[in-house]
Design a protein. Structure first.
Length: 141
C-alpha cells in the first residue's frame, strides 16, 4: 500500500524525518507531499521546500519520494492510487486539528493513520525552529 505524508515542512524537522522513517516501515511506498497551505506563509516556495526535504532524507530510503503539490491531499491520493494519509501528532492540540482533517479526508475516500511523536521530539515544531533561526542538531531519524 502507498501512503502520503503531507505537510508544509517549513522547515522539515527531526520529527518529520522520524514520521517518514516509521511510515516507511508500515507501507510499501511513502510520498512526502510538500503542500501549499493557504493559512501559512512559508519562507520559500513548495518546490524549494521539496528540494530541501529530498536533500535531508537518506538516499537509501528508496521507497520514499518527495513531491510538491498545490491541491487537496485527497485529490493527490485519488489521482495516484494512494491508499492512506499519514499524519504525525505531537500533542492533544495537534490531534484535535488532525481529527477534523481526517474526517474530511475520510469523507473524500482517503483514511488517515496517526503516528504519535516520540517524547524526545514532541516539543520540536517548524514554528519553533523558524523562531530559533536554526535547524535542530539532527534532522535524521
Amino acid at each position: 500500500m502507498r501512503a502520503v505524508y503531507p505537510g508544509s515542512f517549513d522547515p522539515f524537522t527531526a520529527g518529520h524525518a522520524n514520521v517518514v522513517n516509521r511510515a516507511r516501515g508500515l507501507f510499501d511506498e511513502v510520498v512526502v507531499l510538500v503542500a501549499v497551505n493557504g493559512t501559512k506563509h512559508p519562507t520559500i516556495n513548495e518546490e524549494e521546500r521539496a528540494a530541501a526535504v529530498r536533500a535531508i532524507l537518506p538516499v537509501e530510503w528508496t521507497s520514499v519520494t518527495v513531491v510538491a503539490w498545490g491541491g487537496l491531499t485527497s485529490a493527490y491520493c485519488r489521482s495516484r492510487d494512494v491508499g492512506v494519509i499519514v499524519r504525525g501528532v505531537r500533542n492533544t492540540t495537534d490531534l484535535q486539528a488532525e481529527c477534523q482533517l481526517a474526517a474530511m479526508n475520510q469523507s473524500l475516500g482517503v483514511p488517515t493513520v496517526f503516528l504519535p511523536a516520540l517524547p524526545e521530539l514532541a516539543a520540536v515544531s517548524s514554528t519553533a525552529v523558524r523562531a530559533l533561526g536554526t535547524l535542530p542538531p539532527s534532522t535524521q531519524p
